[in-house]
Design a protein around this ligand. Structure first.
Ligand code: HPA
Length: 277
């Protein structure tokens, strides 16, 4: 950790710029919109758009389908700040760089994180197009954003990850999915660095570990959010069957096509959750 960022000072500087652009808005809920799920941000009312590139110390999104801006306004009757596009480890970002916008959204007032992604389904009972609320995760990125001297200045070094996905929020997600007739599963999510998709042998191993879904994001964000005490809800869209399941060989084209088809369900689900929060 030779060149760790001066986290506390940088967050103060980023917060000053972002808060100024938000003109008094104080978002309660932070939402990270994953691959192909960005269109929900178009439904934010009274929106202010702040590109990541205009916030000091923020990295910018380079992944396709990730616009790379904060969208702040009202959604489902709540003040929200959305990340329309996220930062991934596979883009060359450190774990702390991936976590930085989560800590920043917390610093401007968000006490709840809803993080979403497209994921491969390992559980053979799941279907492409299903959503899956995360019950727990396996952080197989090999990285932890709270490691180092700087995060220890932000919050306690050691913190529990027990029930890191809030049980009450998971229950709420199930109720909304039922009411809106959105297919929703619940399962253990496994996060990897990427960018290669997994091998079929890896998927068999992950299934034996109890993983139901797999993708290349979320874990570092959730660790960062729990580090500062945010409530967390994680939702995946099962955009494909994971490698080798029924002969599947995932591609990003398939991920985006399924995300496009699932857009309406995704918007109803997340809006409904916000309305009842
Ligand atoms: N593996 C990893 N990441 C993913 C997948 C997958 O099958 N689908 C969408 N993101």
């Amino acid at each position: 950790m030779a060149d760790e960022m001066p986290l506390v000072e940088w967050l103060e500087e980023s917060k000053a710029v972002l808060a100024d652009r938000l003109e008094g808005r104080t978002p309660q809920v932070a939402i990270v919109l994953g691959s192909g799920l960005g269109p929900l941000a178009e439904q934010v009312q009274d929106a202010v758009y702040v590109p990541f590139s205009e916030v000091p110390h923020m990295k910018t999104s380079t992944a396709s389908g990730h616009v790379g801006r904060f969208v702040c306004g009202m959604l489902g009757g709540k003040e929200v700040v959305c990340m329309q596009g996220r930062l991934h480890g596979y883009e060359g970002n450190s774990a702390q760089e991936v976590a930085y916008p989560i800590w920043l959204m917390h610093a401007i007032g968000a006490d709840t994180l809803v993080t979403t992604n497209a994921a491969g389904a390992i559980n053979e009972g799941f279907q492409v197009g299903d959503f899956c609320v995360m019950s727990d995760h396996i952080n197989f990125t090999g990285r932890n954003p709270a490691a180092g001297q700087q995060p220890d200045r932000l919050a306690m070094r050691f913190f529990s990850m027990h029930e890191c996905y809030d049980p009450a929020l998971r229950q709420l997600a199930r109720e909304v999915a039922d009411a809106e007739s959105v297919p929703l599963r619940e399962g253990v999510y496994l996060g990897l660095l990427g960018p290669s998709f997994e091998t079929a042998a890896e998927i068999r191993a992950f299934r034996a570990w109890g993983a139901d879904t797999v993708a290349m994001s979320v874990c570092e964000e959730v660790v960062a959010a729990r580090h500062v005490g945010m409530r967390v809800l994680g939702i995946s869209l099962c955009s494909n069957m994971a490698c080798g399941i029924g002969g599947a060989s995932p591609s990003d084209a398939e991920v985006f096509e399924v995300a496009r088809r699932s857009e309406a369900n995704f918007c109803r689900l997340v809006r409904g959750i916000l309305e009842r929060l």
